[in-house]
Design a protein around this ligand. Structure first.
Ligand code: ADP
Ligand code: MG
Length: 817
């Protein structure tokens, strides 16, 4: 005894592991059942081998990962969440070898029939397994947390980096735009400046020219004014001369008039003299007469006459002298007049010249003024431009300093972003590490998950009791009750019939008030197994009206009462989504069929034939021949298989199938189904980064009503239907039994249903059976039958290679819970 204990305490042998991993193939079902449970784990792992295709490097990495896992703190230097110190595992840590050794440990029982010892060994073993599982769950949790944390940090840093990059880019863009603008400004200012300077030079040139011109014109003006002064002097002298000439002229005219007056006086003197002559001649005549008369007197008179003649000659002489003088004077006057005319002409010419000068001087003056004004204007402009240039230069200096500052800040941001990039790459490598560890952890999780499920039993039975329906009387005594002892809580169910109490125990009992959600939670692990690449069958068994369809499909139109099928698909789509980040790509294919009277009917719309779904293209009836290939895949000829990508597509197909499903009438339930409904989801997943492949199948089967013939009172066609149903249901239990007993012959071919599901029953596939019960007292008999059937199946779970059938009691099963 002591030596046995020693054996148990010894660390598991490494050879076990290597033996296990080199065992070439799964043991055939014909092999005799062995008590050596742990040896089978190794074999089972080998069976799974081909599914989880991994490279050698992946395997060696796995070893690294496990050493990391076991060192605990190495997993995350900052938080060290993987340390198990003080955890429920009591600080125990496991290496991969530990786990493998634990899984492949052989009970050290010398006496095959010493059940007590074996039981103790088993319990010890289970305890260790539990520790291992707990340890692993904690490890997994810490992995996940660490990954989340890293991912969050990475996201945060990436976000910050992005933000920084964006802001620095923006800043750079802004600054470069400012620089470009400033450069433009500078160029334009410089252009302006050069233009202004050229203008200024031109203006200065023109100013100098203007000045020269001004000086010239001033000189000209001076000479002109000199000329003018001279001309004016000349003019004044000419005027004086004119005045004097005019004076002379006046005097001459006066002299002339006086001469004319004198002439007139002389002429009047002459005329008086002539008159006096005439008078004297008349006097002479009278004198002559008187002479004659007075001859005496004659002589005197003659004398008188002679004297008069002498005075007359004298007067004539005087007149001639005066006329000569007048002619002379007239010549003089003419001369003076001529001279005056000449002077006048000269004066006029001079005046014209003076006018011309005056005009010219005025013009040059205005020009000069204009030029002065222009030059002043230009000078002012020049000043203003110089000022402008100065301000522009100031601006340029400011802009240059700003540019320098911005260059500096750009450099800083660049340095910061470099740092961030470094940090990012560091984080990325850490994330990659974490992801690698996660993948390794995921593999381990799958393995442990499977082990947990295997420990729970590859065939499990859940019992579900539906609530009383409104039209069922609730007054009668209750037939179904639930034991409240610690042991049986949630697992036991008692049925009272004919005063007798029948007790049953299952893996789980759902009471009438259990919502769909709670039921699904219990099977979600099986759905996960399907995603991990296992073949899973979930059956709903029970009499018509007991809630099979409700359990599988749910209540139509009530979202929160969805059944297991829609919920499983939701979980699968969600997991598919979340596993994408680990490189997993899943393809999902759905087919739905019913088996009615041992013949298959496709429930999905076939794209090949639309009018008669039971006929193929060429008119021949569809065969729906079932074939299984070497890889354990099932093919049903002519069956429609649809690729699905969303839950919406699936619910559409489910609705379609629900409509196509055969319904028959029995006394029990008008619309109850008289056929087996098989929903099959094929899951194929590929991980491109780890080159792993998985092929899982999830079968959800709503079995036909299990009621006995007498109760439904069927005859004729109904009788045939019922017989077919009963046959296939008993075939199902026969198959499960044969598998459990590892019998050489498993009667898969006894019914269409078992043949169809052959690869998914037995082996390392997982089976769950819901036994649905109606609480109605009138159904008590049927309920008892269902419970007995279920108990028979439930007892089979120990038939799965790892457990022993013959001696296991319900109580011993408890410890596997
Ligand atoms: P079966 O498919 O076994 O013949 P059904 O699923 O059609 O039975 O259920 C019969 C009736 O009972 C249906 O009206 C269904 O809505 C109702 N029902 C079944 N199970 C439940 C439950 N758990 N809660 C509420 N109603 C239920
Ligand atoms: Mg139904």
């Amino acid at each position: 005894m002591a030596s046995k204990e020693e054996d148990q305490d010894r660390p598991p042998l490494l050879q076990n592991q290597s033996n296990a991993s080199t065992t070439p193939s799964r043991s055939p079902p014909t092999k005799k059942y062995r008590t050596d449970e742990l040896g089978l784990i190794g074999k089972k792992r080998e069976i799974r081998g081909p599914r989880m295709v991994g490279t050698t490097t992946a395997r060696s990495r796995a070893r690294e990962a496990f050493s990391v896992v076991n060192s605990g703190q190495d997993l995350c230097p900052s938080s060290a969440p993987a340390s198990n110190a003080g955890s429920e595992c009591g600080g125990m840590e496991f290496t991969r070898e530990d786990v493998d050794a634990l899984l492949s440990e052989k009970p050290k029982s010398k006496n095959k029939f010493n059940y007590k010892e074996r039981c103790e060994n088993m319990q010890e073993y289970i305890k260790r397994l539990r520790l291992c599982i707990k340890w692993f769950q904690e490890l997994e949790d810490s992995f996940l947390q660490e990954q989340d944390r890293l991912r969050n940090t990475l996201n945060y840093v990436q976000q910050r980096l992005d933000e920084l990059e964006v802001s620095s880019k923006n800043k750079e863009e802004e600054l470069s735009s400012i620089i470009v603008e400033l450069r433009k400004n500078l160029a334009s200012a410089q252009e302006k400046l050069t233009k202004e300077q050229a203008d200024k030079l031109a203006a200065v040139d023109s100013l100098a020219k203007e000045r020269e011109g001004r000086l010239n014109s001033e000189r000209l003006q001076a000479s002109f004014s000199e000329d003018l002064a001279k001309a004016q002097q000349e003019l004044s002298s000419a005027n004086q001369r004119i005045l004097s000439i005019n004076d002379m002229y006046k005097r001459l005219q006066e002299y002339n008039t006086s001469l004319q007056q004198y002439n007139c006086k002389l002429q009047s003197d002459l005329s008086t003299a002539s008159e006096s002559l005439k008078k004297s001649e008349t006097d002479k005549a009278t004198f002559v007469e008187e002479l004659s008369a007075l001859r005496g007197h004659h002589n005197s008179l003659k004398e008188q006459f002679a004297s008069v003649k002498v005075s007359q000659d004298e007067a004539m002489k005087q007149k001639e002298v005066l006329s000569n003088e007048v002619v002379c004077l007239r010549g003089d006057l003419q001369q003076v007049r001529d001279e005056r005319d000449r002077h006048r002409v000269q004066a006029e010419a001079l005046t014209a010249e003076v006018d011309k000068y005056k005009e010219f001087t005025g013009k040059s003056c205005s020009e000069l003024d204009h030029l002065t004004l222009k030059s002043n204007e230009l000078e002012a402009k020049c000043l203003c431009q110089s000022e402008q240039i100065r301000t522009l230069q100031d601006k340029l200096i400011v802009a240059e300093s700003r540019l320098e500052v911005s260059d500096l800040s750009a450099l800083e941001t660049r340095a910061e972003s470099e740092e961030q990039k470094k940090l990012l790459s560091e984080l990325q490598t850490r994330l990659a590490d974490a992801e690698f560890k996660l993948i390794e952890g995921d593999k381990l999780r799958k393995k442990l998950h499977n082990t947990i499920l295997e420990l729970k039993g590859n065939i499990r039975v859940f019992c579900r009791v539906r609530p009383l329906l409104p039209d069922e009387s609730s007054s009668e005594a209750k037939v179904i009750s639930y034991p409240t002892s610690m042991e049986a809580l949630g697992r036991g169910i008692d049925l009272a019939q004919n005063g007798q109490k029948y007790s049953f125990m299952f893996d789980k009992v759902f009471m009438p008030d259990s919502p769909q959600e709670d039921v699904f939670v219990e099977i979600s692990q099986l759905v996960q197994s399907a995603l991990d690449g296992y073949k899973v069958c979930i059956f709903a068994y029970g009499q018509t009206g007991s809630g099979k369809t409700y359990t599988m499909m749910g209540r139509p139109g009530h979202v929160d009462e969805k059944g297991l099928i829609p919920r499983s698909l939701e979980q699968i789509f969600q997991t598919k989504q979340s596993l994408q980040s680990q490189g997993w790509k899943y393809e999902l294919q759905v087919s739905m069929l019913e088996i009615y009277n041992e013949s298959i009917r496709d429930l999905l719309p076939s794209n090949r034939s639309s009018i008669d779904s039971t006929r193929t293209e060429n008119g021949s009836a569809k065969q729906y021949a079932i074939k299984h290939d070497a890889n354990g895949n099932t093919h049903v000829s002519d069956l429609t298989v649809v690729d699905v990508r969303s839950t919406r597509e699936v619910s559409y197909l489910l609705n379609h199938a629900a409509h196509s499903r055969s319904v028959g009438k029995t006394q029990m339930n008008e619309h109850s189904s008289r056929s087996h409904f098989v929903f099959t989801l094929r899951i194929s997943g590929v991980n491109e980064s780890t080159e792993q492949q998985v092929q899982g199948v999830l079968n959800l089967i709503d079995l036909a009503g299990s009621e006995r013939l007498s109760k439904s009172g069927s005859t004729g066609d109904r009788l045939k239907e019922t017989q077919a149903i009963n046959k296939s249901l008993s075939s199902l239990s026969d198959v499960i039994f044969a598998l459990a007993k590892k019998e050489e012959h498993v009667p898969f071919r006894n019914s269409k249903l078992t043949y169809l599901l052959q690869p998914c029953l037995g082996g390392d596939s997982k089976t769950l059976m819901f036994v649905n019960l109606s609480p109605d007292p009138s159904s008590a008999g049927e309920s008892l039958c269902s419970l007995r059937f279920a108990a028979r199946v439930n007892a089979c779970e120990i038939g799965v290679p790892r457990r022993q059938t013959s001696t296991r009691s319900l109580d011993s099963r408890l410890s596997y819970g």
